[in-house]
Design a protein around this ligand. Structure first.
Ligand SMILES: Cc1ncc(COP(=O)(O)O)c(C=O)c1O
Length: 489
């Protein structure tokens, strides 16, 4: 085999890809038949064995493209969890739209990168136009706003807080650079509800602010941040010589889908002059739905917003979004690098997107989003969101009517938190075990979380193709697994 034979699929054009694609699609089909459900039966050991059985990861002589692809793709599929199966409903793990997967193949084939114009001219323009559309959806002025497609909510929250920190320190000292600011001022503080995503605290740690600098603002009986308590916390922090750099409101908490009162929080942020970041990684998808959009009233007043279209947006991972209301807020990320973006190139119009991200090489993940937005339109995506919301409400009413299941509270978006109620014995242990029983059998992937130290189960409904009957069958499986656990010592 010559070098060019070996590389034919890797560096060729579409014609070199076609036979490999046929192999990949065949393997996806065969693997799904072998799996015969949302995940492989037999638990972690079975998956480890199946992958090991394919053979050496780095043989001294390669087995060839077709063989490597077909063997590994079949095992990978057979041993995967498939979010397109209605019994896979644990996480914010969406079944991707076929059109978005196909679009992603185009992006991968061209391997564009957005850090300089000459690695991704079309990607640069497509990302800008997608961000413009999403900025309008959020309610920002599209001429003023800007942003970036990110690897997800985690990166969006990190970048949002980085911009907030620079803004706070810059404001406090004119144009003081953050590093010197950190030395000279009191400790910085970030305010969010106790139910905010853990990535907020982690971002504070990464940014040198410290995970313990994040103040958990009390929530009301519906798990929503209390704006009055937020205001008192900010005032107290200032009185103690601390520097409040951001309020993070959550629009769609991971477990309950709770949306903090954005209008009240925006009022507090405005009165106290603190940056408002809205983590709408989950709930941002509600903006596609006419029915659910009112839940996010006030989001347009945020300085920065995180959305995640690999959740309620049905994109292949990754499809995170960070938007800022004003493009000037992104300035702290701007860098001039001789090999990427000289001033004379930019003056001549050759402008890449280096200054929109902490990353250098960056995939044009905007491309699949662009194709999806155009293919389905806001109404099409809104229908998918509404369908998942309806299914979640159906699941909740089915749970409420069930003699052995208990609903934690009515769904806000598309998650349903509930548990199996054993007649006797420890409900926490029983729920934890029944969930593993379902995983081990390969029948269902159900989520698990905790409230007040109690174990609860969770359905995260992100599959608009699921039916009411699918949801009922899934709950019947949970009930049956709960009853079987009783029989085991
Ligand atoms: C509210 C919220 N924010 C942020 C994240 C992190 O998003 P990602 O996993 O895309 O980084 C999640 C993930 O579930 C989330 O639910």
């Amino acid at each position: 085999m010559t070098v060019s034979d070996r590389l034919a699929g890797g560096v060729g054009g579409p014609e070199h890809l076609r036979p490999l694609l046929a192999t990949a699609l065949d393997a996806l089909g065969k693997g799904a038949v072998q799996r015969d459900g949302p995940l492989p039966a037999g638990g972690p050991d079975a998956v480890t064995r199946a992958v090991a059985d394919v053979g050496e990861a780095l043989p001294s002589g390669g087995v060839g493209e077709q063989q490597a692809l077909s063997e590994l793709a079949e095992v990978f599929t057979a041993s995967a969890v498939d979010p397109a199966d209605p019994a896979c409903a644990a996480h914010l793990h969406a079944p991707p739209l076929a059109v978005a997967v196909a679009a992603d193949l185009v992006a991968s084939t061209l391997n564009s990168s957005l850090d300089s114009w000459d690695q991704g001219p079309s990607g640069t323009v497509v990302e800008s136009s997608v961000l413009r559309a999403l900025a309008e959806l959020v309610g920002y002025h599209p001429d003023a706003a800007t942003g970036s497609i990110t690897s997800g909510g985690t990166e969006s929250n990190l970048t949002g807080l980085l911009l907030a920190r620079e803004h706070a320190l810059g404001d406090a000292a004119g144009v003081a650079p953050a590093a010197s600011g950190m030395r000279e001022r009191g400790p910085m503080r970030v305010f969010c509800s106790a139910e905010a995503h853990f990535s907020v605290a982690r971002a504070a740690g990464v940014l040198g602010i410290g995970e313990d600098s994040v103040i958990g603002v009390p929530v009301d009986d519906r798990h929503r941040m209390d704006p009055a308590a937020l205001e008192s916390s900010i005032v107290e922090a200032r009185e103690a010589g601390e520097v409040p750099i951001a309020v993070v409101a959550t629009a769609g908490t991971t477990d309950l889908g709770v949306i903090d009162p954005l209008v009240g929080i925006a009022d507090v942020a405005e009165r106290t002059g603190v940056w408002l970041h809205v983590d709408a990684a989950y709930g941002g998808g509600a903006l596609f739905s006419e029915r659910l959009t009112p839940l996010l009233r006030g989001v347009r007043r945020a300085d920065s917003v995180a959305l995640d279209l690999h959740k309620l947006g049905w994109q292949p991972v990754a499809a995170g979004v960070l938007l800022t209301r004003d493009r000037a807020l992104f300035e702290p990320l701007e860098r001039r690098v001789a090999y990427l973006n000289t001033e004379d190139d930019e003056v001549a119009g050759y402008r890449g997107l280096l200054g929109r991200s902490l990353r250098t090489t960056r995939r044009p993940d905007a491309f699949k989003i662009a194709v999806t937005l155009r293919a389905l339109g806001r109404d099409g995506l809104g229908e998918l969101v509404d369908r998942c919301h309806d299914l979640a409400r159906h699941a909740a009413s089915h749970v409420s009517a069930h003699p052995r299941l208990e609903l934690y509270r009515d769904p806000v978006l598309t998650t349903v938190v509930f548990r199996y109620l054993p007649e006797h014995g420890d409900p926490d242990g029983r729920n934890a075990k029944l969930r593993r029983r379902l995983l081990d059998s390969g029948r269902a992937v159900v989520g698990r979380t905790e409230f007040g130290d109690a174990v609860w189960l969770k359905l995260t409904v992100l599959n608009p193709r699921a039916t009411e009957a699918d949801i009922e069958a899934l709950l019947a499986d949970v009930d049956a697994a709960g009853q079987k656990e009783k029989a085991t010592p």
